[in-house]
Ligand binder design. Sequence first.
Ligand code: GLU
Length: 415
Amino acid sequence: MTVRVRMAPSPTGFLHIGGVRTFLFNWLYARQQGGRNLLRIENTDTSREVAEAFDQIKDSLSWLGIEWDEEPTFQLDRIGDCRRVAEQLVSDGRAYEDEGAIRFRMPDEGVTAWDDVVRGRVEVPNETIEDLVLVRSDGRPTYNFASPMEDVWDRITHVIRGDDHISNTPKQINIIRAVGGDLPVYAHVPNIFGADGKKLSKRHGAVGVDEFRDAGYLPEAMVNFLALLGWAPDGETTIMSRDELVRRFSLERVSSSPAQFDYAKLDWMNGVYLRALSTDAFADRLVIWLGEHGYEWDAELVRRAAPLVQEKIARLGEFPGFAGFLFEDVDVSVDGDAEVVRAARDALADLEPFTAESIEAALRGVVDRLGLKPRQGFQPIRVAVTGSTVSPGLFESIELLGRETTLSRLASAAR
Ligand code: GLU
């Protein structure tokens, strides 16, 4: 049996990170089992925005490297097939017409049960399951009818989805049985909560894949982080490559309790991935990120600044705030002693060569002569040159900034 799983987003206009985590589990499982991962768009409502939302879904998944293996399908394209099956169920006596809609007759006695890979055995008394509308009076099939039918038609072997669908599962099982289909294995993965134990939403921070991309997280760090939301290979390993995740992933080790989205941990992990890049690769990522986000900064200078910031930022998006003074004018001011700023200007005016090393020696000399502690002395210079109390290394920054700009900033700050 070839494993066949599916990612079934609704085209709502943005891809929620919780949904993506579930898609990632599908992809990991498919890759590990040598199976197929399908992309199926659940557009039971006919809004015009579907094409755009679909593009966005594909774009977000591609960015993360979560691939699909067959032509994507659209639920709407199968409306005719759904209606045909509903009519057949009516003639079989399994469904009936009700005010223009078609309803499925659920069993009244006994239980509907399944062995959920994550939740264990789930049993639902049939008397609690309402007769399900299959096709609405306007002719549109419902999600709870279309979805299991697509699972049958697509020969889905494992349904891996959010645990908010547990209550739908007994209905869907009864549909699949009524049409004589093979039941898939169900694995309902836990919800993702924020720190306050509530379902992850905008109140907690970023939730759309695009927001994380815009903030400058690396896709490989996102994938690693998302994989650990509700799953762990053991109690310890956190940093895992894509290949290692594929190798070690198992549905059996998915936890049934809610996973907590820890933004601080994501920042930490992204920092680990950023620092693990070679300087060149890190510079490449910066240049690409900046280009995608509207910065027209000299790529050569970005590359030269890259080693100064690689150890210091956790997200590519921190680069403009941290190193923007190299590319754009800053508001210069003096924080503390103007005298040291003037003396720094004099010391750098004719310094040769203008390198981090000689700049450091010259500025240390200035600070010593004025009888200041290094912190006291360098801070006003830093603020005058970079416009901020936090910056990459001062001497390297001054070298990159160049003599002319440095002198003019020091001069206007000390005026
Ligand atoms: N479209 C559903 C969702 O976004 C997925 C349903 C399913 O996987 O069966 O939650």
